[in-house]
Design a protein around this ligand. Structure first.
Ligand SMILES: *Cc1c(COP(=O)(O)O)cnc(C)c1O
Length: 413
């Protein structure tokens, strides 16, 4: 080998040894570095890729290999896809512009008019609207069922059921469903199970290992982890990722921007550390809230009082994640809303915002924000009352978080 060639071989770390652990894959999986040997993955802000000659260009366009045009793929985006797939234990992944566009890609790629979906009625608010309103316009019908009652899922199955869609734990009540049981139900009917793994991330929960066919992510949340960019992804077998979703994405253009891909790629390197630290802090906050006289009920999977505590602990690496919600003690819905607003407005450190998965802790009133577009009946069916407050715990000192909650809760007495 020439000096140049041996140097290139030395810096190209794309061929990692077998058996690396998830934390290592999160730091190391990516395309090989360029000829410059950059140790932090490069950001390729380019929409087109120059081809060596017309024949190669023709072949690459026909076979979708290498890089041609960034709506189809970009090296920074590809590095993110490979890293996330490795962490989920998936053959492949396709990155999208937002979490919602990942679900749009899922349905556009997989289903056609007349197909039927079974979906938990406790999923993310925009997911409910996307299935219930938008996809219904195109003849894809969705039955919404209980998050936790497998009997309702079974009863909703029809000959045309092609997809089961679940999110666990849910936003904001952290209800947990049994991924393996839902996967068996889907497969017995020749359908696929997709799990929205946004809340746990692969650091805590790997749905594919439990039988799910596809994992969906809002990368906007923990994968970025620092509240900077929007992103989404689907992970699964290449017969779906490459053969089904690749062509749909290339045509319809839910493509992730390279800059956002680069931000999330670097976010993944600290995902495991953040998820563990934030889960630990959230358990502390949840126990503190459970003892507070102004709090009627706390929803958090790592509490023994959670209805699916044992299932959650077995599915989520023994951790609860970083979202906890609680009901303030109050009478009528109007009084409950007023009390929840007072608690939120009484805090001075927590951000009043509608996001989660940030280093900055965020306090939210779900009934008037994330779930504000639902009817009161839909909200009640989902168990989201006017007195419910959601806290997405970040990386501040945990005592500063409980001190701030006390500032808010003390306004009620
Ligand atoms: C935020 C979120 C989404 C949607 O993701 P966007 O990036 O906001 O489009 C979907 N599912 C869950 C569980 C979420 O928290």
């Amino acid at each position: 080998m020439s000096d140049r060639a041996s140097e290139a071989a030395r810096i190209a770390r794309a061929q990692l040894p077998e058996g690396l652990r998830p934390e290592t894959l999160a730091v190391r999986t990516a395309l090989a570095p360029s000829q410059h040997g950059e140790n932090s993955e490069g950001l390729f802000l380019t929409s087109a890729f120059v081809q060596p000659d017309a024949a190669t260009s023709a072949r690459r366009f026909a076979q979708m290999e290498d890089f041609t045009y960034a709506r189809t793929s970009n090296p920074t985006v590809r590095s993110l896809e490979q890293r996330l797939a490795a962490m989920e234990g998936a053959e492949g992944a396709v990155a999208t512009s937002t979490g919602m566009s990942a679900i749009l890609l899922l349905i556009m790629g997989l289903l056609k008019a007349g197909d039927h979906v079974v979906c938990s009625r406790s999923v993310f608010g925009s997911t409910l609207s996307l299935f219930g309103k938008e996809f219904a316009k195109f003849g894809v019908e969705t039955s919404f069922v209980s998050q936790t009652d497998i009997g309702e899922w079974r009863a909703a199955m029809k000959p045309g059921t092609k997809l089961l869609f679940a999110e666990t734990p849910t936003n904001p009540l952290t209800e947990v469903c049994d991924i393996r049981t839902l996967a068996d139900l889907a497969h017995d009917a020749g359908a696929l199970l997709t799990v929205d793994n946004t809340f746990c991330s692969p650091a805590l929960q790997r749905p594919l290992a439990l039988g799910a066919d596809l994992v969906m992510h809002a990368g906007t949340k923990y994968l970025d982890g620092q509240g900077r960019v929007m992103a989404g992804a689907l992970c699964g077998a290449n017969r779906l990722i490459v053969d089904v979703f690749g062509p749909t994405l290339r045509t319809a253009g839910m493509t992730l921007a390279p800059f956002n891909a680069w931000v999330v790629l670097k976010g993944l390197e600290t995902l495991s550390l953040r998820m563990k630290a934030q889960s630990q802090a959230t358990l502390h906050v949840a126990r503190w809230l459970e003892k507070h006289p102004a709090v009627a009920r706390v929803h958090y999977p790592a509490l023994a009082s959670h209805p699916q505590h044992a299932l959650a602990m077995s599915q989520q690496s023994g951790m609860g994640g970083a979202v906890v919600s609680f009901d303030v003690r109050a009478g009528t819905p109007e009084q409950a809303r007023e009390a929840a607003f007072k608690v939120i407005d009484g805090t001075r450190v927590l951000s009043i915002a509608t996001n989660l998965g940030d280093t900055k802790s965020i306090i939210t009133h779900p009934a008037s924000t994330s779930h504000g577009r639902l009817s009161e009946a839909q909200r009640l069916a989902s168990g989201i009352g006017q007195g419910l407050v959601r806290l997405a715990v970040g990386l501040e000192h945990v005592d500063d978080i409980t001190d701030d909650l006390q500032r808010g809760l003390s306004t009620l007495t």
